[in-house]
Design a protein around this ligand. Structure first.
Ligand code: NAP
Length: 297
């Protein structure tokens, strides 16, 4: 990993991202960590430099709010300028699980907006960089996507996603966004394949980190919080929770075909519906439509 540029979204001291960054920094990577609060991010950066014993210039913090598409545009400009339009590994790690969250600042249902659309726009704007750098894109999804059963036409109309606070399907919002993560991963890999047929082309994989004790589920009703306190008893810690992300970043390129879903550091089966090319294409088209609506405002 020496000298390789890794971009990872949503780095938090209490998240699986922290251990992922620590390991990659200790292996010599240049790690660009995005955070919403860069002030506290600087403290996290300091601790990571100390724990990984890496050089100061390996660890960087940049501001990114995935709930604001204009902010994503500004971020991409800064990233391209600072890192010479190069990115060897992109880890779409940031995630929102908050039953109280309604709409993003662009009026998109929040879970879909942050977990899928913000990352979708990020990769769209970075597409030339990803193809040129032959980037490995790693999408942190969730096992919860496996239980999600969308209607065949879900991604053909914007009404469920735009200016809709999601009250119709409250319990499914997170799973729906994580299902979208996998459809998107498979479609992105198909696009990379169309643009470059070489064996070391850019590729995309997704993963489930396991049930991990982090701060992601600290919002919501008393019942939800209590449930997560109970689940913490059987959860992985953050070090173990980071292992599949680290595995996907480090395995040899020859072990990746593209589009695979990983669990416990091994290839696993995602919900069979995620293999539906039509649904992957519908999600892609819908995402472009939503972005043009939001950016026009
Ligand atoms: N923990 C689990 O059991 C579990 C299971 C399956 C999948 N996952 C997935 O693993 C990934 C990492 O989660 P984690 O468990 O490590 O939780 P975490 O520590 O809460 O990390 C989530 C990160 O996403 C960031 N984020 C939230 N909204 C954002 C926005 N609008 N723009 C930019 N960043 C934003 C958070 O930033 P702030 O600190 O500013 O809020 C935080 O850094 C997520 O994608 C999650 O869905 C976790």
């Amino acid at each position: 990993m020496k000298g390789k540029i890794v971009l990872i979204t949503g780095v938090a001291k209490g998240g699986i991202s922290y251990e992922t960054c620590r390991v990659l920094l200790s292996l010599g990577a240049v790690v660009v960590m995005t955070m919403r609060n860069v002030k506290s991010g600087e403290e996290t950066r300091r601790e990571l430099i100390k724990e990984s014993k890496c050089l100061e210039e390996q660890a960087h913090v940049l501001s990114l709010d995935l709930a604001d598409l204009r902010n994503v545009e500004r971020f991409v400009e800064v990233f391209k300028t600072k890192f010479n339009s190069t990115c060897h590994v992109l880890i779409n790690n940031a995630g929102l699980y908050n039953p109280l969250a309604k709409l993003t600042s662009d009026n998109i249902e929040s879970h879909f907006g942050v977990n899928h659309l913000g990352h979708f726009y990020l990769t769209e704007l970075l597409m030339d960089v990803l193809v040129k750098s032959k980037t490995r894109v790693i999408v942190v999804s969730s096992k919860l996507h496996e239980y999600y059963t969308p209607s065949e036409k879900l991604f053909t109309t914007k009404e469920e996603f735009y200016q809709n606070d999601g009250s119709k399907s409250k319990n499914d919002l997170y799973s729906r966004s994580k299902f979208a993560n996998i459809l998107y991963c498979k479609k992105l890999d198909r696009i990379f394949q169309e643009k470059d047929t070489s064996n070391d082309r850019a590729c995309c994989v997704s993963l489930h980190p396991g049930l991990v004790t982090t701060s992601i589920a600290t919002h919501g009703s008393f019942r939800t919080i209590l449930l997560y306190k109970f689940l913490a008893l059987i959860s992985k810690d953050k070090v173990h929770g980071a292992q599949t992300s680290i595995h996907c970043a480090l395995i040899d390129r020859s072990e990746i075909k593209g589009g695979e879903y990983f669990k416990d550091c091994a290839i696993s089966k995602s919900n069979p519906l995620t293999n539906d090319h039509q649904m992957q294409d519908d999600l892609w088209e819908l995402s472009l439509e939503l972005i043009s609506l939001c950016i026009k405002k």
